[in-house]
Design a protein around this ligand. Structure first.
Ligand code: PLP
Length: 355
């Protein structure tokens, strides 16, 4: 059995793959593939309606929060957020906690002023900055709730009196938080929610319509809210598989239940990192991500030897991001704890030989 620790696209539940495969061949007993039914048919409309309703239910969203399924990845949101929220003479506040925040900052600067209220750059993004102030004059405050590459996560979401915006690509649906506290949140689906090709965007409709610039129709959130994410052809397969994944999440008890599992997986892995002298965790303990666990070997010359042991156990996807090196085990919602146990056994074996 392969143990898939890929950072994204990444593991989804086996039963979701099974159902997705069935849907490709015979979608809901229509005798047609989900790939060939029109998006305006009632059978696909039901998919869109259900995935939106399930998102609202699982996140417990209030009536002001609208759900959209868009294209362009989370990277498109780096510019779509300021396009809808920031005028040329306005300022937006951003927390710089890693590569993805930096990319978001770069795009926002094309639309207005950006106040980088804190950065973890000096310590190689190994912790979440704690001391910073956000001006009430800023139009919004943007954070990246989980930093996929550096393995850090905001354990406590900052509260602000201005609109809060978050990139939740790598920890969406993984823990109970007050999703209504966010005025915009977005996530590429390809980690906890479904396949690549669709992006979840949740917007508090009250924050829209305040900029004076013209917004192209396709980039205006109000277009997609009004048209129920059907202004143009949605990525039907990615939306369908997201629905299957959210149904699975609900069936196992929702976000609260998966959070318990995620906590257990993270505890098991960090415990081994902390107690096995061959390994060193790279993120500050209080800011450790429960989704992407980053570590290095005390002796990096042995990286290949460790990789060899993991390979024998059919562990894949644990090489660190090319920008940081070392190792990264992504332990998203669908990864079973048994896979973490196998990784821990590989670490123990390595520790006994080389520790
Ligand atoms: C936190 C975060 N934001 C943004 C992205 C970019 O997402 P996309 O490839 O969907 O544009 C990623 C991709 O891994 C990510 O982890």
């Amino acid at each position: 059995m392969i143990h898939n620790f890929n950072a994204g696209p990444s593991i989804l539940p086996k039963e979701v793959f099974q159902q997705a495969a069935e849907g490709v061949l015979n979608f809901n007993n229509t005798g047609l593939s989900v790939l060939e039914v029109g998006h305006r048919t009632s059978s696909f409309q039901q998919v869109m309606d259900e995935v939106m309703a399930l998102t609202k239910e699982l996140m417990q969203l209030d009536a002001d929060h609208e759900v959209m399924f868009l294209q362009g990845g989370a990277s498109m949101q780096f510019m779509q957020v300021p396009f809808n929220m920031l005028d040329e003479n306005d300022t937006a506040a951003y927390a710089d906690t890693g590569v993805w925040s930096s990319k978001a900052i770069k795009e926002a600067k094309l639309f207005g002023d950006v106040d980088v209220v804190c950065t973890g750059k000096e310590n190689n993004y190994s912790s979440i900055p704690k001391d910073f102030a956000v001006s009430n004059d800023a139009k919004y405050f943007h954070i990246t709730t989980n930093n996929t590459i550096y393995g850090t996560q905001w354990s406590k979401i900052p509260s602000t009196s201005i609109p809060l915006v978050a990139d939740m690509s790598s920890d969406i649906f993984s823990r109970v938080i007050d999703f209504n506290a966010f005025d915009i949140l977005y996530a590429g689906a390809q980690k906890n929610m479904g396949p690549a090709g669709v992006t979840l965007v949740v917007v508090n409709k009250n924050v829209l319509g305040k900029v004076s610039r013209k917004i192209p129709t396709m980039l205006d959130y109000r277009t997609h809210i009004k048209e129920g994410s059907m202004f143009n052809t949605p990525p039907v397969f990615a939306v369908y598989v997201s629905l299957l994944t959210l149904r699975w999440l609900k069936s196992i008890g929702g976000i609260a239940a998966v959070e318990k599992m995620n906590d257990a997986k993270a505890a098991l892995l960090y415990n081994e990192i902390d107690n096995n002298p061959a390994f060193v965790g790279t993120a500050a303990k209080e800011d450790r991500s429960k989704m992407n666990v980053c570590f290095v070997l005390k002796n990096p010359e042995l990286d290949q030897a460790f990789l060899q042991i993991t390979k024998e156990k059919e562990i894949i996807g644990i090489k660190g991001h090319r920008l940081v090196g070392g190792f990264r085990a992504s332990i998203y919602n669908a990864l079973p704890i048994s896979s973490v146990e196998v990784l821990v056994s590989a670490m123990k074996e390595f520790g006994q030989k080389h520790g």
